[in-house]
Write a new protein. Sequence first.
Length: 115
Amino acid sequence: QVQLAESGGGLVQAGGSLRLSCAASGGIFSTNLMGWYRQAPGKQRELVARISSGGSTAYLDSVKGRFTITRDNAKNAVSLQMNSLKAEDTAVYYCNFKQVNIDYWGQGTQVTVSS
């Protein structure tokens, strides 16, 4: 059973930066996807960024150029560097780990951007 431990998040002013981190443990296969989703109040959960074990990345259009996802395969860890944050980035951010078509989720961390 894969478990995810998230860290980071918090309150920041518009234009500021935050970094989210997530480490996976337990039953990890070499081929997997790690990423971050977010869910704002009253909205559906959406994919923010993801990165494969081979390093391929994908981003939500609205965060391209502002957010950067990286991973450390040796530590089964993923990070999301968020720069130039906007009020509309406010949401609960969830770490996601996917392997063998099974999704695992972190507990979520709040990111609040004040305008």
